[in-house]
Write a new protein. Structure first.
Length: 80
């Protein structure tokens, strides 16, 4: 997961990516884009990955406590 999404950072102009894994094996993925066109490029190029994840894992919305295993945020270097 980290390799596939990590490779998508430059390809889809992601502005941020956070992948968390919880103590019970729960996974949380947050992806950030600077524009709608970047999101659409991600959906076009990596939509199959998303569908595979939906078929592989049980998707549900709950509270999440986890440890960050990967984080990318291109905005961290920007000066306010």
């Amino acid at each position: 997961m980290t390799e596939t999404l990590g490779n998508a950072i430059p390809a889809c102009n992601m502005t941020g990516l956070t992948i968390l894994i919880g103590k019970e094996g729960d996974i949380s993925v947050n992806v950030f884009f600077g524009s709608t066109s970047d999101l659409k490029a991600f959906e076009k190029n990596y939509g199959g990955f998303i569908e595979t994840m939906k078929k592989t894992f049980l998707f549900k919305s709950t509270g999440f406590e986890g440890v960050c295993i990967f984080n990318f945020d291109s905005r961290e270097d920007e000066v306010a």
